[in-house]
Ligand binder design. Structure first.
Ligand code: NAD
Length: 263
């Protein structure tokens, strides 16, 4: 085990199961020596999280729905009671009604637009505000997860692309706001991954196959690859990186067209 994160502790939000990106990050942070607390959404996910959290030495789990202020307040109150300061928060949370992650963006409803932006973007600001008092003494790192559908059109990604564009902008504004307090704010942008949220996007299988065969590294992102990037960003090795969107997509985002062999 490397000691890169020895003595650091923080909160991981968004583990639904052992394929969640948040879980890949949690494992890597733990292996680098960090102490972890978790939030989960509802009882069923809590049951799945329990053995995972235990396997990384954590008994700190709080039920949080990010649309519910009271649950967020309670989580940060409990966190502050356990640990007067924290070093990082990982925000790996997004949602849109599945029926609008297919077909035309023209059909986006006002309700789902509001809900998607609320859960997938506003929650990062909301979490940052609550984490701030726990980080302001020693500095820290806020980390969120985005996807390249934020600034390029990916079929069926629709309202989630708009939400990710807003989230990336929020990352930059937060980085500027919190920089004077020694708090760094970054987003990791993996290529498509086989998770619950990933599978909800129309045509997900085709997208996995397309990036797997066209990305310069000819592979989709792995939980280990995303975890490694998170370790770098949380550690002192990333001490001068903030406001950044870091791709972990095998280089897919640099392409202008598919590989010749796949045309
Ligand atoms: P996942 O389904 O494992 O995780 C999504 C998490 O969001 C779940 O734990 C779920 O409980 C949580 N969540 C949704 N609504 C919530 C709410 N109201 N309150 C609290 N939690 C809520 O899927 P994932 O792919 O690991 O997603 C994690 C992050 O990574 C998301 O931001 C997603 O957009 C992003 N991402 C995913 C991919 C991919 O292809 N899977 C690629 C790039 C970025």
């Amino acid at each position: 085990m490397s000691e890169l994160l020895k003595g650091k502790r923080g909160l991981v939000m968004g583990v639904a199961n052992d394929r969640s990106i948040a879980w890949g990050i949690a494992k890597a942070l733990h292996e680098a020596g960090a102490e972890l607390a978790f939030t989960y959404q509802g009882e069923a996910f809590g049951k799945r999280l329990e053995p995972l959290a235990a396997s990384v030495g954590s008994d700190f789990m709080v039920d949080v729905d990010v649309t519910d202020d009271a649950s967020l307040d309670a989580a940060f109150e409990q966190l502050g009671a356990r640990w007067p300061t924290i070093d990082f928060v990982v925000h790996a949370i997004a949602f849109s009604d599945k029926s609008e992650l297919t077909g035309r963006i023209l059909n986006t409803s006002r309700d789902n637009f509001r809900n998607s932006l609320d859960i997938s973007c506003y929650s990062f600001l909301d979490v940052a505000r609550r984490a701030h008092p726990l980080m302001v003494e020693n500095g820290g790192t806020l980390l969120t997860l985005t996807y390249d559908g934020s600034h390029r059109v990916v079929p069926n990604y629709n309202v989630m692309g708009v939400a990710k564009a807003a989230l990336e902008s929020a990352t930059r504004y937060l980085a500027n706001d919190l920089g004077p307090d020694g708090i760094r704010v970054n987003a990791v942008s993996p290529g498509p991954m086989k998770t619950l949220a990933g599978a909800a996007i129309g045509g997900a299988r085709k997208t996995y196959k397309h990036t797997d065969t066209n990305a310069p590294l000819r592979s989709n992102a792995t939980l280990e690859a995303v975890g490694g990037t998170a370790v770098y960003l949380v550690s002192d090795a990333g001490a001068f990186t903030t406001g950044e969107i870091i791709h972990v997509d095998g280089g897919y985002h640099v392409l202008g067209m598919p590989q010749y062999e796949n045309l």
